[in-house]
Ligand binder design. Sequence first.
Ligand SMILES: [Ca+2]
Ligand SMILES: [Ca+2]
Ligand SMILES: [Ca+2]
Ligand SMILES: [Ca+2]
Length: 496
Amino acid sequence: MVFPSHPYIIAQQDTLIYRVHNFGNYDEEIPATIRFRNNYWDIMTSTVQRKGHYDYYYTFTPTREELVILQFWTNLQNDAIRINDTFPVHPIYIFPKYTTYGEDFDFTTLSSAGWSVFNLDGDGGTWAIYTHYASSPYIHSGWYTAGCYRDTAGNNDWLISPAINVSAGAVNSFGFYARALTEDSLEVWILSQPNPDSVIEMVFAKRLTGLYTRYTFSLDKFRGQTAYVGFRMVGPGNGYVFVDDYFVRQVPLTENRVLWEEFEEGLIPPGWSEIFGSGLWLGGTPSEAGVPDNGTGALIYFNSSAPAGSYSGFVSPEFRVNSQSGCISYKFNYYNYDGNDSVQIYYRINGSDWIYHGTITTTNGAWGTIIGGPVYLPQNKAICDIQFSLLAFSDRGGSNIAVDNFEVVDGTLLDVTEPAAKPEIKILESRGGIGLRVDNLKKGVNVQVYDAMGRKVRELNLDKSGEYVIGDLPRGIYFVSISCDVKKGKRVIVVK
Ligand SMILES: [Ca+2]
Ligand SMILES: [Ca+2]
Ligand SMILES: [Ca+2]
Ligand SMILES: [Ca+2]
């Protein structure tokens, strides 16, 4: 088998070559079977001449991020050596759409691919490429993986990636699969130079188990800079840590976009994450989501069959904006056929508390477009780090909520004029209740309080600035929704 187009990336056409050799003394017609994922094809090669070979080309265009199983075998009845007729099971990894660097560690050495290794503990064990063999199937894809062997006296071994030019004109992220032999610790750092002395930030520190797990991280706080990713094996080890199928993904940004996501991976996209819930936001095709095809491929959806009141946040990368306009706006495709399930839209600036910006419910049987904003940025800060969150609530109904083509722009998407002094509502914890302080109010606001089960427990309309207390609430966690765009407020409240 020959892999001329690796790495394999969603939406890019790929080719595999199955090469049938005939080492015998006679020309042969050789029946063969190809396995791709769980599909099998019986093929008859044209005549394979004695001492010659025949190339069978298989072309495909990947549509989701996944491990694909390949296998190939011929079927000569009278062959004396059957074992060499089968190409062993060979998993290839399909990288995300817009992968600009995909490393399966299968056809290279670490140094020739631009990776550097620092064995700072000075023992014999460090990062290298390890192979798959029958008793040690430690690869994620192909036959090889990067790995680090322990030393019982302690480990401080770095594997540092090639340089990443974190583009100001792209949504930048990286990801990888990692596991331990049994249990061992791995750290992941962002570096400014290919050297362990130049650490900027630790993004990951975890005791890995023996299962390969996908981890992804945004690089959009480093837009316009050069970064390196450093994998560090730490602590006394039990065996190996392995890293395979590392990638850098850079989604191009056009016009005034500052964030863009198409959700083509069939998984949580690189750099995005889920908070509060687990496995309630899912990637997939429209049919997997149970929604009509909107014509733009895969999407992300919220499982509304979860117990009523279940909720989960779907969080964008934190992305750096050097705003020309002083405000941002957002837009996405949305589908929610029926029920009492809903999505609350939040954003935050420079790591502030989450700020509520609106609630969307059903779309009456058709895909709709949600447009929000403008969201004004702090006037004294030209560069801001921004993040969005979609907090969805389940009604245990059958109709899921689907989202696609999420975009944030620098500027406005609608011709909306906002008042100069923005309304501001501060939410305060108050014994047995929730306190509100309201300033700069020009038109009425509607305030709704939900309990942790998603039930609305209070609603009030405020028409002037001042202080208010929503009292007589049992102890617990409450969500506070406010109907207009306000500057700052703490939205998740614990009543004691
Ligand atoms: Ca070492
Ligand atoms: Ca591999
Ligand atoms: Ca899509
Ligand atoms: Ca629904």
